[in-house]
Design a binder for this molecule. Structure first.
Ligand SMILES: O=P(O)(O)OC[C@H]1O[C@](O)(CO)[C@@H](O)[C@@H]1O
Length: 526
């Protein structure tokens, strides 16, 4: 197996010379209808990935299949889940898939069976959560905890928060919301203050999450919360658990109610299915619901083993994205869930995709001469329609769009107004948008003219339930991984976040000069 730069592959040349197709033509009339019915494939948890409105035909798909084969994507994926050190920059394995299933061989690292280790931590979190729910672990006054507050940032916040928010209302309706969750991430003191002001501190359990145990924001917020607890006459040791790696400075500290572990083989942005998401989601929804999220993710991980891109939604999505990024010149991707519950999902995908593939050097540290990861942004529909869709429809940039939609809403409340429910209106909008973007509209008035030819895909599910959510989460993780393989970048390190951290430390230590001193003055830091 070889790790080669993308532009050294035969498929790169083929893609450079391929004739693009016109979505506008392909999606028009009865041919368009046929395409929508055919250009779809099953995803995990009974969902579908539809790519009819993407700029591909069978010829282009065959070349993309050739690319997937030539870049040995499935072989590289096998290397990942069998425990090879694919995160070369940090000399680490990449094992997040093992948190939700056994995909290949047992991975024994540092003398430990890693799958067994992750499962043992899931069990530990489940038992802890059950004791909290049963009132066996209580506050100083013997009362049950009612709120779980996660303190963490980046991957220790975004994924778990997006998952929690995606299921909060569903859980309320289905009577499985055991505790409410809150999140403190920003070092902005107003973030912590606002959360603390919104809860009954005496009934809150804090889940401190930091894999490294050294993140400034998280450690600051830990102290912020501890001080508030002490001021309220409460004992922080009775209100806080830690989720960290066994090698971090937070590990083994008896000042926490309990500690749960992951390890350096789980990257922050890939950690939602480890203890990082497992503790808060088991506390809030119960361990069974967390297990259902894992099952959905596992289904998707298995689908991702398929060599045929027409049977492997994550790999197909990845290859279409590469074609759009490198050969059609599209530098952004918008993520547009038509589900209010998924409001924080685009933020999670921003970190997942941009922190993974926002790289200019290959996995050997050599500069690459082609574009890598796109800029990701998004907002739930229909809100986005009344915001930035103007640019998407008529702006000078073409932005590929990733829609997500569900046939049923989550809560048992909808009404018919003028012959349609709100859910029907929501989904009518997503169908309309896909076609408006693809086919546009002729008009003599150039201001009202829509060029069309704007590509999109859509993931369609029955309802946003735990399995569906897990499958969508893993779909994007695997998509990002496959794209990183093609670009030959290390999708599992993040050196680009370090410089800013270093300079902030210098500012706080008053070790600045030049413009940094001037900015410190401008911001009134000292
Ligand atoms: O869990 P930790 O170690 O506090 O890290 C939080 C986040 O910080 C980062 O390292 C970026 O600064 C992310 O990759 C990570 O998700």
């Amino acid at each position: 197996m070889e790790w080669k730069n993308f532009d050294l592959l035969e498929s790169y040349k083929k893609l450079e010379n391929i004739s693009p197709v016109e979505i506008k033509e392909l999606m028009a009339g009865e041919n368009g209808a046929k395409r929508v019915r055919e250009y779809q494939l099953p995803m995990g948890a009974g969902q579908l990935y539809s790519y009819a409105a993407e700029p591909v035909d069978d010829t282009i798909l065959d070349v993309l299949q050739g690319l997937a084969d030539e870049a040995e994507l499935i072989e590289k994926y096998e290397q990942v889940y069998n425990g090879a050190v694919v995160n070369t920059g940090e000399n680490r394995r990449v094992l997040h898939q093992l948190t939700r299933g056994q995909l290949g061989e047992d991975v024994i690292a540092d003398g430990v069976n890693k799958r067994e280790f992750y499962v043992s931590q899931q069990k530990k979190a489940a038992e802890f959560a059950e004791k909290v729910h049963a009132g066996e672990i209580v506050n100083e006054a013997g009362e049950k905890f009612t709120t779980a507050v996660q303190i963490g940032i980046g991957g220790s916040d975004l994924g778990p928060r997006a998952l929690y928010m995606s299921l909060e209302n569903w859980a309320k309706v289905n009577n499985t919301l055991k505790m409410e969750a809150k999140f403190i991430s920003n070092v902005d003191p107003d973030d912590g203050s606002a959360v603390l002001a919104s809860i009954d501190l005496s009934r809150a359990i804090f889940v401190l999450v930091s894999k490294s145990g050294t993140t400034l924001e998280t450690l600051t917020n830990e102290s912020f919360v501890k001080e508030a607890l002490i001021k309220a006459g409460l004992n922080p040791a009775k209100h806080m658990v830690a989720v960290t790696s066994e090698t971090s400075p937070l590990a083994g500290n008896p000042d926490y109610l309990d500690s749960f572990y992951m390890d350096d083989y789980i990257g922050g942005r890939y950690s939602s299915t480890s203890s990082v998401g497992g503790v808060i989601l088991s506390l809030t929804f119960g361990p069974e619901i967390f297990a259902r999220i894992l099952n959905g993710a596992a289904e998707e991980d298995i689908l991702a083993k398929n060599k045929d891109i027409r049977q492997n939604p994550a790999m197909l999505d990845a290859m279409i994205g590469v074609y759009e990024r490198n050969f059609l010149g599209y530098s952004n991707t918008a993520v547009l869930p038509y589900s209010q519950a998924m409001i924080r999902f685009p933020a999670h995908l921003q970190q997942l995709d941009m922190e993974s593939n926002g790289k200019s050097v290959n996995r050997f540290g050599e500069p690459v001469s082609y574009q890598t990861g796109p800029i990701i942004f998004g907002e739930p529909g229909t809100n986005g329609q009344h915001s930035f869709y103007q640019l998407l429809h008529q702006g000078t940039d073409i932005v590929p769009l990733q829609f997500v939609g569900f046939k049923k809403n989550q809560m048992d409340n909808d009404i018919v107004i003028q012959d349609s429910t709100s859910q029907q209106k929501l989904n009518a909008n997503v169908a309309a948008q896909i076609m408006a973007f693809a086919c546009g509209k002729e008009d003599e008035n150039r201001n009202k003219y829509f060029a069309g030819g704007r590509p999109s895909s859509i993931i369609v599910g029955e309802q946003l339930i735990p399995e569906a959510l897990g499958a969508i989460l893993a779909h994007f993780e695997n998509k990002v991984m496959f794209q990183g393989f093609v670009w030959n970048v290390n999708s599992f390190d993040q050196e680009g976040v370090q410089l800013g951290k270093l300079l902030a430390k210098k500012v706080l230590a008053k070790e600045t000069d030049g413009a940094l001193t001037a900015y410190s003055e401008l911001l009134g830091i000292f």
